[in-house]
Design a binder for this molecule. Structure first.
Ligand SMILES: NC(=O)c1ccc[n+]([C@@H]2O[C@H](COP(=O)([O-])OP(=O)(O)OC[C@H]3O[C@@H](n4cnc5c(N)ncnc54)[C@H](OP(=O)(O)O)[C@@H]3O)[C@@H](O)[C@H]2O)c1
Length: 383
């Protein structure tokens, strides 16, 4: 029987393309969930018009209400969290455990990760598969490094950086989401791996700036180290790795140099300022973002194969940052739904996916992927 996936936040900026791609790429039935059922029904009407077959329904769910979660999760096979509900992670996860359904999220939050790590033994004992840190970043960077690892005998260096230029005025980003964005600065981690050791970059990551050339239209752009849980496992998985890290690009000059320092300091002084600081952040994104727009992830790797040294560059681009979040999430869900990578326990999207298929599926769904391998130094064959 076809599976049913409930998407919490299904009509949000990430949820909409995610539901659309799920119906396009699989035979699952989608339940669009959120607090405003009229918004859910409007999306269902759109999806029905496009895909037909009665494969989408809408339901009212408030993640703050245990009984609402319990009622909605009965009878579904998986819950995808595409909502700004990290403060309710424990009750969403516990409702999944109680209903015996798998879980997947696209949130980025230390608080969420800590809750899920605590529940990991229960998740495994229940035979359920929980996948966290789905989407673009987190979600893709460590998968790119694992892909590079499969291309070398010895992968030595693999850095991933992003460019995120979004026309925020086109999206109806909610104040709960803005508050969550501000909250991310509370536990901001600026770690990266150099010469076989983890380092923390000072000054909100500015001490570890990385500049890469993305070609037209973005040219050279700087990015600062951003510690992602998925990157932490890489030196253990690829022991030859000496340098690795994820580096996040800026939004626009005003937000990067003025607003982000204010938000970073403000949320540490008083947690109750998260909401007004989130509004300030959203205002600056709306006001100062300028074209060219687009979202890019770039991997620059170096290593050895058959004694020769090679460089490998991978550049992934999509014009729409939210579609670029939904595509990798769905590429991972394809591998979970067909059971090829599904296993009990708590997992990270970038670490559970099979990376070659993951990249091929993302390309099919519309991400432009350019791969360039160059021999840097040929093996010397003494005669
Ligand atoms: N990993 C990545 O690459 C990546 C990229 C982008 C975003 N994200 C994450 O994705 C999440 C959503 O972001 P977004 O930009 O798509 O936000 P958004 O456009 O504001 O949408 C948020 C959605 O969550 C729903 N929601 C909020 N509170 C809820 C509650 N208590 N119960 C049920 N539904 C609730 C909203 O509907 P109602 O308000 O009507 O309930 C809405 O559908 C955020 O956590 C963000 O950090 C991750």
């Amino acid at each position: 029987m076809n599976k049913t996936i409930l998407v919490l936040g299904g009509y949000g900026s990430t949820g909409r393309p995610l539901c659309d791609l799920l119906l396009q790429e699989t035979d699952v039935t989608v339940v669009v969930a959120g607090r405003n059922v009229a918004n859910g029904k409007a999306l269902v009407a759109e999806l029905e018009g496009k895909f037909g077959g009665g494969r989408a329904t809408a339901v009212t769910v408030d993640a703050a209400s245990h009984s609402s979660l319990e009622a909605a999760f009965a009878g579904v096979d998986m819950v995808v969290v595409a909502s700004s509900t990290v403060q309710y992670t424990e009750q969403v996860a516990r409702a999944c455990l109680a209903a015996g359904v798998d879980y997947f999220d696209v949130n980025f939050s230390e608080e969420k990760t800590a809750v899920l790590r605590q529940l990991a033994p229960e998740i495994e004992a229940a035979g359920l598969c929980f996948v966290t840190d789905g989407g673009f970043h987190p979600g893709v960077p460590a998968a790119l490094v694992r892909y590079a690892g499969s291309r070398f005998d010895q992968l030595q260096q693999a850095n991933v950086a992003s460019v995120i230029k979004i026309d925020w005025r086109h999206y109806d980003v909610g104040v709960d989401t803005a508050e969550e964005m501000a909250g991310e600065f509370m536990g901001m981690d600026s770690s990266y791996y150099r010469n076989g050791r983890w380092h923390k970059s000072p000054m909100m990551g500015m001490g570890g700036l990385l500049t890469l050339d993305y070609g037209e239209p973005f040219g050279k752009q700087y990015a600062v180290p951003m510690g992602l849980a998925e990157m932490r496992r890489l030196p253990e998985l690829i022991p030859s790795l000496q340098d690795t890290g994820f580096f996040v690009g800026g939004f626009n000059w005003f937000t990067d140099w003025l607003i982000m320092p204010i938000v970073a300091v403000g949320v540490k002084i008083h947690v109750g300022w998260k909401r007004p600081l989130g509004r300030l952040l959203l205002w600056s994104l709306h006001t100062f973002s300028r074209p060219p727009y687009g979202t890019v992830l770039r991997l620059e790797a170096r290593g050895k194969r058959a004694g020769s040294a090679y460089s490998l560059d991978l550049q992934l681009t999509h014009e729409d940052g939210y579609v670029f979040t939904a595509i990798p999430a769905v590429a991972c869900l394809l591998q979970l739904v067909d059971g090829t990578v599904r296993q009990p326990g708590l997992h990270w999207q970038a670490l559970i996916v099979e990376p070659t298929r993951f990249l091929a599926d993302m390309a099919r769904m519309g991400i432009d992927i350019q791969e360039n391998e160059t021999m840097v130094e040929a093996v010397m064959n003494p005669i």
